[in-house]
Design a protein around this ligand. Structure first.
Ligand code: S3P
Length: 173
């Protein structure tokens, strides 16, 4: 099975994905890392040098390559992955996939992203907590339509990645 974790930046897709892949004994993949590897640059540099549209095209094409693989995996997507072009449709229509949305309340996202915004090209320019929370609130509202199309929605508060991964594992059975 290919498990696709979707959700906003800071929702814990990578940390939950790593634990879940161990529980299920299948490889873990991180779409941002795959993109960085293919481009030989980090995400911020790709945004800076080539722009967001270029990034979205690469993101879509690497996602589709991964979906073609025979073997199963747990994939942490990027926060924007299901929201552009036909990426969500590609995930839904590929064989043996399960799309899981990690839904995190805005105040928790605000706290997490405030300490970690410098490496995130879409957030780095926001210079106060209020500005960040306002931006994320609007962005999340726009993106929820895509995230809510997941086949499994997991509500995450302050739970550990272990607890969340176990919850997903149970719901997969
Ligand atoms: C993005 C999220 C990032 C990364 C890029 C764009 C987004 O991934 O793909 O900076 O549009 O939400 P994470 O969700 O892993 O931080």
């Amino acid at each position: 099975m290919k498990i696709m974790l979707i959700g906003y930046m800071g929702s814990g897709k990578s940390s939950v994905g790593k634990v879940l892949s161990e529980l299920l004994d299948i490889p873990f993949k991180d779409l941002d890392h795959e993109i960085q590897h293919a481009e030989g640059k980090d995400i911020s540099t790709i945004f800076l040098e080539k722009g967001e549209i270029y990034f979205r095209k690469v993101e879509n094409s690497i996602l589709k390559e991964l979906l073609l693989s025979e073997a199963g995996f747990v994939l942490a997507t990027g926060g924007g992955t299901p929201c552009y072009a036909d990426s969500l449709e590609a995930m839904r229509s590929a064989e043996n996939t399960k799309i899981v949305y990690l839904r995190v309340p805005l105040p928790i996202l605000g706290d997490r992203l405030m300490v970690d915004k410098e490496n995130r090209p879409l957030l780095a320019h926001l210079d106060s907590k209020e500005a960040l929370v306002e931006f994320v609130g609007i962005h999340l509202f726009e993106r929820s339509h895509f995230y809510n199309q997941a086949e499994m929605i997991i509500d995450v508060q302050e739970d550990t990645p272990q607890t969340i991964a176990k919850k997903i594992e149970q719901q997969l059975l």
